[in-house]
Ligand binder design. Structure first.
Ligand SMILES: CC(C)(COP(=O)(O)OP(=O)(O)OC[C@H]1O[C@@H](n2cnc3c(N)ncnc32)[C@H](O)[C@@H]1OP(=O)(O)O)[C@@H](O)C(=O)NCCC(=O)NCCS
Length: 164
């Protein structure tokens, strides 16, 4: 079945083992960059992802696949005792179907298993979808970076979630 046209029966895939979260590979980058471009005014470029995948010693970058098709990804910096979320993206056709929640579940489990104390991130102040996702996982606003997203003249909210 073709899921790429916004199929709303995604629940049945979430219940099966057809959703997997695995490390991002260089070969994934064409798909990832397409999702990145459809999602952000200032998308990350190939070099940025290559740095995270090949050079950085603190990065962990995972993709979420549904039946072999990349539907989203999450970028992390592991700065023990802190996890910083650098990127959290779901492809437009797959949004509002619980995949962002799946990716955040992954981050929470990683934090618990590896005994991280806090998860931090920045989010555009008017990004309702992301704010809803982060609030659902207990993130709270800790501060503001004025004009952080300069191209959009938008402020960033600094959010964090303490692990207990
Ligand atoms: C933010 C994003 C990752 C959420 O992914 P998603 O797969 O749609 O998230 P989910 O379906 O798991 O939804 C998570 C919660 O947010 C809510 N939500 C999702 N989209 C929403 C929207 N547009 N407005 C309000 N709430 C929304 C859902 O209702 C859900 O809450 P619930 O479980 O209580 O119903 C996705 O919208 C995205 O990729 N946006 C573009 C990139 C981006 O801005 N990333 C964040 C950078 S900080």
């Amino acid at each position: 079945m073709n899921l790429s046209n916004g199929n709303r029966n995604i629940d049945k895939y979430l219940k099966k083992d057809s959703v997997i979260i695995r490390p991002m590979k260089v070969l994934d980058l064409d798909d990832v960059l397409r999702i990145e471009r459809e999602s952000y005014v200032e998308p990350w470029l190939r070099d940025h992802f290559l740095y995270e995948l090949q050079t950085s010693r603190i990065s962990k970058t995972m993709v979420l696949e549904i039946e072999g098709k990349i539907a989203g990804y999450v970028g992390l910096w592991l700065l023990h005792p802190e996890i910083h979320v650098t990127n959290m993206t779901v492809s437009t056709v797959y949004r509002k179907q619980g995949l962002g929640t799946k990716l955040m579940d992954y981050v929470m489990n990683l934090a618990l298993e590896s005994k991280f104390k806090v998860i931090t991130l920045e989010v555009r102040h008017n990004n309702d979808a992301a704010l809803a996702l982060y609030r659902k996982f207990g993130f709270e606003i800790r501060g503001i970076r004025k004009n952080y997203y300069a191209a959009e003249k938008a402020d960033a909210l600094i959010m964090s979630r303490t692990m207990r």
